[in-house]
Design a protein around this ligand. Structure first.
Ligand SMILES: C[S@@+](CC[C@H](N)C(=O)[O-])C[C@H]1O[C@@H](n2cnc3c(N)ncnc32)[C@H](O)[C@@H]1O
Length: 249
């Protein structure tokens, strides 16, 4: 019998308070993942002033707030009520305007076609099984030529087990194994979905995007480490960043 996948929305509701207390994410600049550079380093989104920017899986709203501070009209969507409650409090404290929506990333019916100047997502797509459906929905709402920039767990990282820093890094799981990955994060059960680089690339091309950037950032050489830091980050890429642009409808 196939394993019943975890309800990731309920998992995020349970995990939100602990995650936000540990992550302490900046609201000045958009981030892409643990212990790597930020949008200030990679500059993948371009000028945001006056643009309508959609954040997919906005969580606590930090990146959307940064977009608003840079002059964008920011819209964030997330399916976790607790993450959005945190985001609402943060938006109010920071004194900016961000439209926050509760819903699934594949449910963008509230947005008009060809109405978004840039779409962004940091570490949310790994929780999505049918990512091609999300790519199609985002394609509908983007203007022609507009970018979708996203980060997600690098599929090579799924092959290893980084729990014990004293154990040698061994391949524990096949790169070609597309079955869901069940795990616990601070005692909360989650399910991740493994998207290989060729699966992502082919899904994006079939949804009529042109892929123009793929980054596999090395960890920042020094400085304070995130709560997620592992020595394994020095050897196996933890984060994959992709920028694509919408081709014609
Ligand atoms: C690791 S957090 C990242 C949040 C934020 N981007 C950040 O960097 O802190 C992943 C977020 O994606 C949201 N998420 C995951 N799958 C989703 C889906 N299918 N629909 C809507 N939100 C989703 C979760 O609720 C969670 O807030």
């Amino acid at each position: 019998m196939p394993a019943v996948p975890t309800d990731n929305a309920a998992a995020w509701d349970r995990h939100s308070a602990g995650y936000q207390a540990g992550a302490k994410l900046s609201t000045e600049v958009a981030h892409y993942g643990p212990d790597i550079g930020t949008e200030a380093d990679y500059r993948l989104l371009g000028e945001l002033k006056g643009k309508r920017v959609l954040e997919l899986g906005c969580g606590g709203g930090q990146c959307s707030i940064a977009f608003a501070k840079h002059g964008a009209t920011a819209i964030g969507i997330d399916f976790s009520a607790e993450q959005l409650a945190f985001a609402r409090r943060l938006v109010e404290r920071e004194g900016v305007k961000v439209e926050l929506r509760q819903g699934d990333l594949a449910d963008l019916a509230f947005l008009r076609a060809d109405s978004i100047d840039a779409a962004f997502s940091a570490f949310a797509f790994g929780f999505v099984d049918d990512l091609n459906r999300v790519f199609r929905q985002v394609h509908r709402v983007l203007k022609v030529g507009a970018p979708l920039v996203f980060s997600l767990p690098h599929p090579a990282y799924d092959m290893i087990d980084d729990d014990d820093p004293d154990q040698p890094l061994l391949v524990r799981r096949s790169y070609f194994d597309r079955s869901p990955i069940d795990y616990e994060w601070n005692g909360v059960p989650f399910t991740d979905y493994h998207h290989t680089i060729s699966d992502l690339y082919m899904g994006l091309v079939r949804a009529s995007y042109r892929v123009d950037v793929i980054l596999e950032p090395e960890p920042t050489p020094s400085g304070p480490r995130s709560p997620d830091w592992r020595e394994a980050f020095r050897h196996v890429p933890r984060t994959l960043i992709v920028r694509v642009r919408k081709e014609g409808n």
